[in-house]
Design a binder for this molecule. Structure first.
Ligand code: DUC
Ligand code: ZN
Ligand code: ZN
Length: 498
């Protein structure tokens, strides 16, 4: 009879498809059996009355990364991964950011070294690409993709990071050829710049004007534009941190036309509104992120888009800028909305917020919750079936949830280093009481046990959008070939002569 190192018994296993009574048998770092009535393991965990779910995967968080404006967040790979683990997340995929003139290869190597030394849970990273020279796109990026970094982010706004439409075409062509998923921060830079300048010139400098300048139309326009650019090559794209009905409608319409467009949103857009940016004094700065918080109608549209499948993932967009001169207040009380760091923390609260506001409030089922927080991330970013599943052969990354545990979110008890939480005082129902990472029980009833560097790098395979894609159209084939300098006679693709 198989002997297990760890057995989780008596719980309800929850996957992206169903919830069923079973025990989970683990040997070393892998799940080897999921069945009723398994024998006790060397260590036995009683999960009676609890859900046994795949650990969360957070594919959008900023850890030890310099922002476009030059800010560094409060968390390093250790504190970020500890916070993630306490909230039920067992893998994070932050960003190795290339700033202008930097070598993408060096950026990636340096970043991986930080993670290797400090992360307590398994990890990978995406790249942020801000240069499109030959070395970056055709040497370093290709090398990274082939080495298991199969996704990267580009910005359409922020003068220090943004690429223009011409550069975007170069990027999309490489991604389509190399089968890498492009994540896009879609906001129209000039709209934001123009509105910001007018606001500042008229003395409107308070945090709430951040929201005014990042108007919904700027998000909608850029979302539409990058989708059209991607369609030139039939290249898949994933629009990150979708916040507004305009962008949702655009993504949904493109999907209905057959375009390979995917979308992500974040808990703060689901549970907070722009009113928070209008708190007295500089308090509103804590709630400034990009795109900004919107209104109740946007919240309702986002919940609907998660339910309808227009959006596939919920990530934290953890951006742990402190409420001091290192982040939110570089010029103290005189800081304008243009000068502060954009973003807010949320690694640890992501799953509890979605469980509480999604599952417990009746907006989504438990399988939908698992899909949005884990399985879809694994599929989209080339981690499936190793991650995101409770089934034999998968990594033993598991969060055991007490669906009735009530917790009041407080910065003082969360584990990141930001010093505040935008969710301060919110009461959530449902919390992961035990977290298993690669077979190790790293969180158990509040006790934490994992050493810095004990997490492992997980090379990622081809993202799901490339695995069984719809046929590439004649247009896509033509422009892909043109990008490679191989178009030949245009009519060979039956495209230009139509
Ligand atoms: N974009 C992000 O993805 N995170 C924080 C701020 C931003 O603009
Ligand atoms: Zn962004
Ligand atoms: Zn982000």
């Amino acid at each position: 009879m198989q002997h297990f190192d760890l057995t989780i018994r008596g719980g309800e296993v929850a996957t992206h498809e169903r919830v069923f009574r079973a025990d989970v048998g683990i040997v070393a770092d892998r799940i080897v059996e999921v069945a009723p009535h398994l024998p006790a393991g060397t260590r036995d965990i009683d999960a009676t009355g609890r859900y046994v779910m795949p650990g969360g995967i957070d594919t959008h968080c900023h850890v030890e990364q310099r922002s476009g404006l030059g800010f560094i967040g409060a968390d390093d790979w250790y504190s970020a991964s500890v916070a993630a683990a306490h909230g039920g997340t067992t893998m994070i995929v932050p960003f190795a950011a290339q700033h202008r003139k930097q070598s993408l290869r060096k950026v990636a190597e340096d970043y991986a070294a930080l993670a290797r030394a400090k992360s307590v849970i398994d990890w990978s990273y995406h790249l942020i690409v801000s240069e499109t020279d030959h070395q970056t796109l055709h040497e370093d990026l290709v090398e990274q993709i082939r080495g298991g970094i199969t996704s990267f982010k580009v910005y359409m706004t922020y003068d220090q990071l943004k690429i223009d439409d011409y550069q975007m075409l170069d990027v999309l062509a490489v991604a389509a050829r190399e089968k890498a998923l492009v994540m896009v921060h879609a906001e129209n830079n000039d709209v934001i710049r123009w509105v910001s300048q007018k606001l500042l010139a008229s003395g409107r400098t308070a945090p709430k004007y951040h929201g005014t300048s990042h108007v919904e139309l700027a998000e909608g326009e850029a979302t539409h534009r990058v989708i059209q650019l991607a369609r030139l090559f039939d290249a898949p794209v994933l629009i990150v941190h979708v916040s507004a009905p305009d962008a949702i409608a655009t993504i949904g319409a493109a999907q209905r036309m057959g375009a390979q467009v995917y979308g992500e949103t974040c808990p703060h857009y689901l549970v907070l509104t722009k009113d928070a940016m209008d708190l007295p004094g500089m308090e509103g700065a804590k709630y400034c992120c990009s795109p900004p918080l919107r209104d109740e109608a946007a919240q309702a549209a986002l919940w609907r888009a998660l339910k309808d499948g227009v959006l596939q993932t919920v990530s934290s967009d953890h951006a742990p800028y402190r409420f001091d001169e290192t982040g939110k207040l570089p010029y103290g009380e005189a800081t304008t909305f243009k000068q502060m760091a954009n973003g807010m923390p949320g690694l640890e609260a992501r799953l509890p917020l979605l469980f509480s506001e999604g599952v417990r409030s009746g907006r989504m089922t438990i399988p939908e919750f698992v899909a949005l927080t884990s399985t879809n991330h694994a599929r989209m970013y080339g981690l499936a079936p190793r991650k995101g599943y409770v089934q034999p052969g998968a990594d033993a990354d598991i969060a055991i949830w007490d669906p009735d545990r009530e917790v009041v979110l407080r910065a003082a008890t969360l584990h990141d280093q930001t010093g505040y939480t935008p969710f301060e005082g919110m009461r959530v129902t449902g919390w992961p009481t035990t977290v298993v990472s690669a077979g190790r029980v790293i969180v158990h009833e509040g006790a934490f046990d994992a050493a810095p560097g004990s997490g492992r790098f997980v090379p990622r395979s081809t993202p799901m959008p490339f695995q069984s894609p719809p046929p590439v159209s004649a247009r896509g084939q033509f422009f892909r070939a043109l990008a490679d300098g191989e178009a030949g006679p245009a009519h060979s693709f039956g495209y230009l002569d139509r």
